[in-house]
Design a protein around this ligand. Structure first.
Ligand code: PLP
Length: 393
């Protein structure tokens, strides 16, 4: 038998294990020091009361014969799809129920969507990037072209008409850079994709952090995007579902290639390989979209955004160049004195006892950059920022 040889082309993912190793070693040597972690991509606030109530009610449903739910529809219950549809309607995006697929999170869908595409396609991926886009394509053995995101383009690369691509990854607000595309920039991508007959895989996992009303939260706010884009979204960062697991993917009915509907293919894929997100989790997810759930989840997002402001204000004060921090939980900063990102990691850990994420872990263009996140608690964020200011001023 033969194994998938493409796995041998994957680079070992050292980033978070190396960080953990370095932090643990430092903590063991300096047990008296209080280390503050501003590197985490996970949320820290609990699920909001509306979600908890809905999940408790759902568990009660499951305890009676009348309320019991076994296998549900693979593409999600209509009650949740209707809620997602209503959420998009509020920003002027009209979706049909059949275009909405509920899942257990964006990571699985972002990986699984590749089942729809032949290996013989060229993939265009920004660098630096959320590593899942790269690794899932390496596993399948596709050709990858990288597009440079850097300080010159404010980490928002635009299409190069001389480059041919079939699958394009865009993530806005971006992980790791926190940069957000405006409507004009996304329109350039939509036009490019249509011209090249390519499909955009648009990751909107951080859309809930967008406060600026002029910025697009969905690619479907751009004309013609339904002809060329699939959108992934998640309740992980929106509503604290990182451990509860629920997301949704939009595959427009208009999206066709070679006369074949991608929506039909994805439905076939999901009904074959996926047995749905649990009833109780979908009930909890539905509560996110109620007026009460919206109010409560927005309060938590405001809390994280206030942390982001505390961090980005400090960068302004120190005169450090950064992206993000305004419509995103991530602050992506240029390491002072042109330090390499791992050197800056060690410097910050040893001298301020603050942990961040070295940009080099997200691609070659991440070298000399560093990611701080706003998902910690207020007290620790303030203390970490004071220590950074003392150290770098
Ligand atoms: N997309 C991006 C850009 C992310 O940063 C993350 C998680 O950090 C995900 C997707 C995964 O989301 P989920 O928890 O829904 O799988």
């Amino acid at each position: 038998m033969k194994l998938n040889q493409n796995y041998s082309n994957l680079k070992d993912s050292y980033l978070f294990s190396t960080i953990a190793k370095k932090v643990n070693a430092y903590a063991a040597e300096h047990p008296d020091k209080k280390i503050i972690r501003l590197g985490i991509g996970d949320v820290t606030k609990p699920l909001c009361p509306a979600v908890i109530q809905a999940m408790h009610d759902a568990v009660n449903d499951l305890s009676t014969e009348a309320g019991f739910h076994g296998y549900g529809p693979e593409q999600g219950y209509d009650f949740l799809r209707e809620s997602v549809k209503g959420y998009y309607e509020k920003r002027g995006v009209a979706l049909q129920l059949d275009e909405i697929f509920i899942s257990d999170g964006a990571k699985s869908d972002v990986g699984n969507i590749l089942d729809l595409f032949d290996r013989d396609n060229t993939v265009l991926i920004p660098d630096p990037v959320y590593p899942v886009y790269v690794d899932t394509n390496i596993m399948d053995g596709r050709r990858i072209l990288y597009m440079d995101a850097n300080a010159q383009n404010a980490f928002l690369p635009l299409p190069d008409p001389s480059v041919d691509a079939d699958i394009i990854y865009l993530c806005s607000p971006n992980n790791p850079t926190g940069a957000v595309y405006n409507k004009e920039q996304l329109a350039a991508w939509v036009n490019y994709a249509i011209q090249k007959d390519a499909v955009i895989l648009f990751d909107a996992a951080y859309e809930a952090f967008i406060q600026d009303e002029t910025l697009p939260k969905s690619i479907y706010e751009i004309e013609n995007a339904k002809r060329c884009a699939i959108e992934f979204c998640s309740l992980s960062k929106t509503a604290g579902f990182t451990g509860t697991r629920c997301g949704y993917t939009i595959v427009p009915l208009e999206l066709q290639r070679n006369g074949v509907s991608l929506n039909k293919l994805w439905l076939r894929r999901q009904t074959t390989k996926f047995n749905g997100t649990s009833y109780a989790v979908q009930k909890g997810a539905q509560a996110v979209f109620t007026p009460e759930g919206q109010k409560q989840t927005r309060e938590t997002i405001q809390y994280y955004l206030e942390n982001a402001k505390i961090i980005s204000d400090a960068m302004d004060e120190l005169g450090i160049w950064y992206t993000g921090g305004k419509n995103s939980p991530y602050i992506w900063l240029k390491c002072p004195n042109d330090m390499q990102s791992w050197d800056f990691f060690d410097y910050l850990l040893e001298n301020a006892n603050v942990v961040g994420t070295p940009g080099a872990g997200f691609g070659k263009n991440g070298e000399h950059f560093f990611r701080l996140t706003a998902f910690g608690n207020r007290e620790n964020t303030k203390e970490a920022v004071e220590r950074i200011k003392q150290l770098l001023k």
